[in-house]
Design a protein around this ligand. Structure first.
Ligand SMILES: [Zn+2]
Length: 359
């Protein structure tokens, strides 16, 4: 059927025709070739599901409000294979880790080849999955290549500079970040991911590339990255409230849809030295008269988020409720809500308060 070239020209023709009718803004000065990936009803629906599930957003159509640009590399050596990876609406089965979070395939509006040619795969303002927590406001740029055998080229660097200048001018985006820097936004107002455990470690496109980019773009007065968290070792996470009937239901068109994600809630948490059931008085899921040492107390923010420096060790985490200290997790030895802190790492914990929920 179509070779990749004729498919590209075909897509370009389609977008050009669409643009004659719909585009009021003047054509960009940078030479961008149109090479659309699939944007069908399935992609629309999966994008809407993603926005609702991960960000609590319910728009009529998956549109973003661009406030940052995120630069990537594809970790795929060729242009065609990179394009193919973004083409389908659904993730391929091989990407099991992120597939658990959503079946929506990854994508970005821009793909830059090693020779510096810029391809536009979808409009800037359509929802694309490429950076956890920030997809609702981030325009993505993918560069064909990786950090090893296929390093990003000078031509790619220059194309990024040119394209980013145009995007910043058009949308007044205040941040330009590398994918590997995204976790610095976890406590930023733009961060919307509801699942604190949904995080991946990224290395693209690396500090060197971003440093050069920032110095080339210094006249744009972009915002600096948010400060790195002060906590280097300890515990962090989010508290959520679950209530009502959370039993699986097969009722079609049920009006009572339980909130299976839970609602973020403000609470005070108590961290004790590792505490066994026998070292406290238990009444259903509530505890009192705890005999071990209280290490510290911390109040979460209004979204239930917390972050705390702790020495290496083993602890128990309980939540202050009106009826006592709540905990619903035990290890096989009977320790109450146990967690451990390892050297130089932050243990992530999702706290579920669910004593008013029925499963
Ligand atoms: Zn990336």
């Amino acid at each position: 059927m179509f070779s990749s070239i004729s498919l590209r020209q075909f897509g370009y023709l389609l977008l050009s025709l669409g643009c004659l009718v719909a585009c009021k803004t003047s054509a960009p000065t940078t030479n961008v070739q149109s090479w659309p990936i699939k944007w069908d009803q399935e992609r629309v629906q999966l994008s809407l599901d993603y926005m609702q599930e991960h960000y609590g957003m319910n728009p009529d159509y998956p549109i973003i409000d661009p406030q940052m640009i995120v630069v990537h590399w594809t970790a795929i050596p060729t242009l065609e294979a990179s394009y193919n990876a973004f083409y389908d609406s659904r993730l391929p089965g091989s990407r099991a880790t992120i597939g658990k979070a959503s079946p929506l395939n990854v994508s970005v509006p821009y793909l830059i080849d090693q020779d510096g040619t810029i391809y536009q795969m979808m409009p800037d303002t359509l929802f694309a999955r490429h950076v956890i927590g920030l997809n609702h406001c981030a325009i993505g740029i993918e560069n064909v290549g990786d950090g090893n055998e296929h390093p990003l080229t000078e031509a790619q660097f220059n194309a990024n500079v040119q394209l980013i200048r145009e995007l910043v001018k058009k949308y007044d985006t205040r941040y330009v970040i590398g994918h590997h820097e995204y976790q610095q936004f976890i406590d930023h107002p733009l961060w919307k991911e509801k699942d604190v455990n949904y995080l991946t470690e990224k290395s693209d496109p690396g500090d060197d590339f971003m440093q050069r980019l920032r110095s080339q773009l210094s006249d744009l007065n972009l915002n600096p990255l948010p400060e790195k968290s002060a906590v280097q070792q300890g515990v962090a996470g989010q508290v959520r409230w679950y209530e009502g009937n959370l039993m699986p239901t097969i009722t079609e068109g049920a009006t009572d849809s339980p909130n299976r994600q839970g609602d973020p809630i403000q609470r005070t948490l108590r961290i004790y030295e590792l505490t066994h059931r026998d070292e406290a008085v238990q009444k259903s899921q509530f505890f009192q008269a705890i005999q071990t040492k209280l290490v510290t107390e911390i109040a979460t923010d209004s979204l239930g988020k917390f972050e705390l420096s702790l020495p290496v060790g083993q602890y128990s985490l309980l939540v202050e409720e009106a009826d006592g200290l709540f905990a619903n997790q035990f290890d096989s030895e009977g320790n109450i809500a146990p967690f451990s802190v390892q050297a130089d790492s932050i243990t992530q914990i999702n706290v579920r308060i669910d004593y008013r929920a029925v499963y």
